[in-house]
Ligand binder design. Structure first.
Ligand code: FES
Length: 105
């Protein structure tokens, strides 16, 4: 399913501060989105390790999301935990269309 998130890239920049994770709901799913520079990324909000909410985490200097509970680090593009200590988090495609920015989930 596709859900419209924003009307344009300009609205993304207005709404999301650089490197600040945000919780959104798309249908039944809780998803964490974050803008890193010009890139909008989306991934599951529930940490694959023990379920902490990743939107409470921080983006480090490498552009990884760091879970606040046990500081596991996940690649926001591939979903992999960088030291492979747990399974990968699910990532979601962001689609730019003429009428807006969508998430596919
Ligand atoms: S719950 Fe996220 S690292 Fe443990």
């Amino acid at each position: 399913m596709k859900f419209k998130l924003f009307d344009s890239q300009a609205k993304v920049k207005e709404a999301l501060s650089h490197n600040q994770p945000r919780l959104i709901r798309a249908g039944e799913k809780e998803i964490c989105i974050v803008r890193i520079g010009d890139n909008l990324l989306a991934f599951q909000n529930e940490c694959p390790h023990m379920g902490e909410m990743l939107h409470r985490g921080k983006i480090n200097y490498l552009g990884e999301i760091v879970c606040p509970l046990h500081t596991f680090r996940f690649n926001v593009y591939t979903g992999e935990e960088v030291n492979q200590r747990c399974k990968s988090m699910k990532t979601y495609a962001i689609l730019e269309k003429p009428d807006g920015i969508y998430i596919e989930c």
